[in-house]
Structures are given as C-alpha cells and as structure tokens.
Write a protein that binds this ligand. Structure first.
Ligand code: ADP
Ligand code: MG
Length: 622
C-alpha cells in the first residue's frame, strides 16, 4: 500500500459549508457548547476503542487508561481537547470532518427557513457536533492517529471554515486525537481555568471517563467519571439527567420526561430512556430509524441499536445496559436474541408506563408529546399486538366535538360520553379536517348528537385495520357498509327508510342504469339530511380513502366497489326523479355521482365532461 503523504486542499461537501455558516451565526448565544461537543466526540472515540479492543487487545498498545484532556494557552489563544481514543486514519478524517454522513442532511437543510430563531432550534435538533468549534474559532487544527496504525500514519487536518480544509500525513507518536481551536478575536474570556471547569461540569459531568483540565503544570479531573445510569436515582439531579439526554440525543433542548430503572430477574439490565420535547428531525425518515445506545456491563457496544425498541417508539432516546449479552455481540446476533427480546419488552413496558403517567399526571406535557411524536404511536396497534389495548388508551384524536385541530380526545373519553344506545365507536377517515368536517357522512350523526372520530393522518387507515375494537366496542367507519345505528335509530326512521326504498325503486334503478359500472348499487340513504348524495364502500371492502392513498403511493389496488346513496328528500334528487328526458337524467345522475366522489376527496374521471354537464344544467335552469 502506498502511503498518501502529500498535503491536499479539499473542498467541504456543500452541505457542510451551508451548515457551518448557519451554525456560526445562530449558535453564538450558546457558544460554550462547542466544548460539550468536542468532549462528547472524545468520549465516543474512547468507547469505540474499547469496543474494538474487545476483539483486538493489542489496540491499547499499553495505554488503556482512557481519558480526555482539555488545555488552554493564553498566549497562543488556543484551547485543545485531546483524547487517547480510537483516532482517525486519513480517509476517515476526510469522511468524518469534511462531509456530513448523516442521512437526511439535505432534507434537513431544505427545511431551514432563513428565520434565525427558528433555524437555531432546528439546528439544535439536528445536532451540531464537531463543526460547533467554528463558533468560537476561526481556525481549527486536528491531529490524529488511528489505533492500530504506526506513527508515520498520523494526520493533520486544518480549516478556517472558508469552504476548504487541508489534510496531510504527519508523524504522530500517540494514538488518538487532538482538536485545537484558534480562538476568534474577542473570545479570550474562554481562556480561564474556572470558566472551562464550569462549562465542563455543566455539560459533561456524566462523561464516564475522566476529563482532565490542565492548568499550568497541574492536572485536575473535573468530572465524576462514572456512568450516570449506574448511580442511584436519588443521587442524580434533574440537570444531570437533562445533560445526559443532550449527550445521547444530540438534542439541544431538555427532554420532556424520562424513566431510569434497574431490572433484576431472569435478565439483569439498566435502562435510562427519554421522551424528547420535540420530534427528532428524522422521525419520519424511514431509513434512519434510531434506537437506543447499547452497553454491555458498562462497555459501550453500539449506537442506534434498533432492536432494543419497537419502531413505534422510535422517538425514544437513551441507553440500555445489559448484564447478560456477550461483549462481542453484533447487530446480527441482536436480531435473534432472547435477551434482546426481553430487553425490548422491558423497555417497551417502561416507556408505555412513562407515557401513561404523563397522560395521567401531566396532561400538558402529554399534549406536547402527542403534538410532536404522537402519530408514531398510532403504528403501535399493528406492530405490537400484545400491548394493543395499552397503546390504544394513549392515542388521541380530533373528533366532531373538538374545537380546532388538536388531537385531544382519548378513546376512553369517547366511550365515556357515548350516547345511550350507542354501541360503536364511529370514525371517518379523510385527507384533512376541513374535508372531514363537511363530509355528508356526518349528517345523521350530527342530527343525533353522536360524536365521530375524524381521522386525517395517513397512518389512521392502518390503525383502524388493526384496532378493530376498544373497551369491548367495535370501531365503525361511517362511510363503509350499510348504516346500522343499532339502538340509536328510532322505529319511525326505520319504517320511513323502508318505505322510501320501496317507493323509489324505479328511480334507484334508473340511476343505477345511468351510472353503469361506476357503482355497485344505488340505495336510499338514511345518513343524509342536507346533501343530495354520498358514496359508501362495502362493509368489509377497502375504503375509498385507503384505496386512494395506496394509489397515490403507486400501489396496485383492486377496484373498490362503491355504493351511491341518495337523499330522496333533497330537491336535486326530486328534480332528478321528475326528469323525463333520458339524456338529461343521465347528466344529472352523473353530476350527483361526481360530486359525491369529490366530497370523498376523490378525482373525477373526466373533469371536462363534468363541467360540461354542470354548465348545461345551469344554462337550462336559467
Ligand atoms: P457525531 O459525533 O454526531 O458523529 P460530529 O460532527 O461530532 O458528529 O463528529 C463527526 C465524526 O468525526 C464523528 O462521528 C467521528 O467519526 C469523527 N470524530 C470527531 N471527533 C473525533 C475524535 N475525537 N476521535 C475520533 N473521531 C472523531
Ligand atoms: Mg459528536
């Protein structure tokens, strides 16, 4: 292998430059977090070395006392953070410090608004990492050497955040990394021992390896250097929990809540899991499903161990430390491990318990949680049948009783105020609330004062497939199947409906004939009071809405059999009935059908024909 030794000047990936500029401007008020980020990288590097050394003890090369050192030089106006962790090879330095590997970066950058206050929040959510050094430094030098490589494979990386960096191979005697910040003009206040010590204890006390602050000749360990989760709950302050959250989540803001628990039994493990105060930026990014950090007997094993949490809890951040897994566990082993199953069940149980407590004791916090991450929970009933009822209790919906758009009604609330004689939980699926609220399917329910869940999230269609009942009451779509109000319907209404059907047989068959293959049946409606017609899908068939979602997602769907229901008391339907001319009858019937389709959020097959028919009708009526 030829060693690349020459000095190169390389350009940052475009996203890095964009992010850097944004960061320098928006993080200034919070500039001291650079130290947290660099120390956290140093600690990660120590974790990774320890992990790799599990299978290759020689990596330690006689130096297994892993630590982070922070030093400053008043004269040179520099601050350095160094570690004896895993270090970086030349290629790794280019990849890690010149690009942002995290998937979703581009999407994240596109989501920026240009409004500084908003973007600052967003960037915190994204996690700023190494580049935060440039908030206080106008030049950053990194020297590093990968564990396992010889001294002539050292690397020197340097950048002044001007869109480029240089990289060269150097001789470096020690393994590990040193990041040196050449402070910007006016940042000299950071060059004080007490100041650095304060910042470290504020943000990095939980780092499990020693952080040594070098003050002249003196070395002081300034953190506790023990893994936070191994300590007794009573000895951990709220702030410590919060800082640890920021470390594991890369979030800037405090978590909403957390659960810290040591479990003994068949398996022994500790978990410290957090519910964030806002949705992680990649919550809906299918490819970047995160998990918890996995430790085995205090040794870091891996980030984002997906198997430790079910997908519907993917907003949760934190750590799980197992006493039972082997240290050399791999992602493949994790996938089929009984221990991991137990860990996941335990973690799920704890997180659901935490959410239940929040919902009960801190409704405001729960509302925040729901607004930020709640929709993910709706995937729960299909993914986790064992916890279906528990998850169902945690769900929140908008209903016909809600004001505005908040999802704030639980199924228990709903059941608690069901009308006398009501046996089912009624719901309507639709694209958006405005469409839902004006849906003709609600007319009869409004008349009877029956509450209906208004489901407008994509995931709701799946939810209703997997959550067919709650508290012994079945969930019933108001736009599917024959309207069966059970005891809610009074005798007079039933009789009238039967009579209406008998009386209008010839109208029904004329309409059926005019619509041809478009519908399976035409019936007299019991749902409608104000609208002339609506479309209903078969009881056990696919809903019109779901079929449309699937089509939009490019999936093949079987034809949905639709039933047109008409309101024989409506003037338009009466006019239709009175129409003698067969062509005009056909036009009117098709208009009713197309309008019903529009109200379902569907697309009319032939808009031009629709407009022509409506215009003909308008002209005729004038
Ligand atoms: P993150 O820590 O979230 O991965 P950072 O921007 O903080 O993002 O760091 C980017 C990458 O640079 C790290 O993932 C790591 O590969 C590398 N890196 C940074 N600091 C160090 C260090 N002290 N030792 C080894 N690698 C490091
Ligand atoms: Mg980092």
């Amino acid at each position: 292998m030829t060693v690349e030794t020459h000095k190169e000047t390389l350009g940052f990936q475009a996203e890095v430059t964009q992010l850097l500029n944004l960061m320098i401007h928006s993080l200034y008020s919070n500039k001291e977090i650079f130290l947290r980020e660099l120390i956290s990288n140093a600690a990660d590097a120590a974790d990774r070395l320890r992990f790799e050394a599990l299978t290759d003890d020689a990596l330690y090369a006689g130096d297994s006392d892993l630590k982070v050192s922070v030093r400053f030089d008043k004269e040179a106006r520099t601050i350095s953070v160094s570690d004896n962790g895993i270090g970086m090879s030349r290629t790794e330095a280019v990849e890690s410090l010149g690009t942002i590997a995290r998937s979703g970066t581009r999407k994240f950058l596109e989501s920026l608004t240009g409004d500084q206050a908003k973007d600052t929040k967003l960037i915190g959510q994204f996690g700023v990492g190494f580049y935060s050094a440039f908030v206080v430094a106008d030049r950053v030098t990194v020297t590093t050497r990968r564990g396992g490589l010889t001294p002539e494979h050292g690397v020197r990386w340097e950048s002044a955040a001007d869109g480029t960096y240089t990289i060269e191979t150097i001789e470096r005697n020690e393994r590990g990394t040193e990041v040196t910040l050449h402070l910007r003009e006016g940042e000299d206040d950071l060059l004080e021992s007490w100041r650095l010590r304060n910042i470290i204890t504020k943000y990095s006390d939980h780092i499990p390896i020693p952080i040594v602050l070098k003050d002249g000749e003196k070395d002081n360990v300034v953190n506790r250097a023990s893994a936070l989760w191994t300590r007794a709950k009573s000895e951990i302050t709220e702030e410590e929990y919060q800082e640890f959250y920021k470390y594991v989540s890369h979030d800037y803001e405090n978590p909403l809540s957390w659960v810290h628990s040591h479990v003994e039994g068949k398996y022994e493990y500790t978990l410290l899991l957090y519910v964030p105060g806002r949705a992680p930026f990649d919550l809906w990014d299918r490819d970047t499903r995160r998990g918890a950090k996995l430790y085995v007997r205090r040794v870091f094993i891996m980030d984002d161990a997906k198997d430790l949490l079910p997908s519907y809890l993917r907003f949760v951040r934190g750590i799980v430390d197992s006493d039972d897994l082997p240290l050399n566990v791999s992602r493949e082993i994790l996938q089929n491990s009984k221990v991991v199953d137990a860990l996941r069940n335990g973690a799920t149980n704890k997180v659901l318990g935490l959410l239940e407590d929040l919902a009960k004791d801190s409704p405001e916090k729960y509302a925040t949680f729901w607004k930020e991450c709640g929709r993910v929970l709706k995937e729960g009933p299909s993914e986790d049948a064992n916890n279906r009822e528990r998850i169902a209790k945690l769900l929140r919906f908008t209903t016909t009783n809600s004001v505005g758009e908040t999802q704030d009604v639980s199924l228990s609330d709903y059941v608690g105020r069901m009308k006398e004689g009501q046996e089912k939980i009624y719901y309507l699926t639709s694209d958006n609330l405005a469409a839902a609220r004006s849906s003709p399917h609600l007319e009869v329910f409004r008349r009877k004062g029956v509450e209906v869940l208004l489901l407008t999230d994509r995931v709701d269609e799946w939810l209703t497939v997997h959550l067919s009942e709650f508290d012994g009451k079945s969930l019933q779509s108001v736009s599917q199947g024959e309207l069966n109000l059970g005891k809610l319907a009074d005798e007079g209404e039933k009789e009238k409906a039967e009579n209406d059907s008998k009386q209008h047989q010839s109208l029904l068959s004329r309409v059926r004939h005019a619509l041809g293959e478009r519908v399976k049946e035409v019936n007299v409606s019991q749902r409608l009071t104000d609208s002339p017609a609506c479309l209903v899908s078969e009881e056990h068939g696919m809903s019109v809405h779901l079929s449309r979602l699937l089509k939009a997602a490019g999936q093949h769907t079987p034809k949905v059999e639709m039933i047109l229901e008409i309101n024989v008391n409506h003037p338009l339907v009466k006019a239709l009935d009175a129409e003698q001319d067969n062509d005009r009858f056909g036009d009117r019937a098709l208009i009713l059908f197309d309008q019903a389709l529009l109200l379902e959020g569907g697309q009319i097959e032939d808009p031009a024909a629709y407009v022509r028919r409506v215009n003909a009708l308008l002209a005729g009526g004038a």
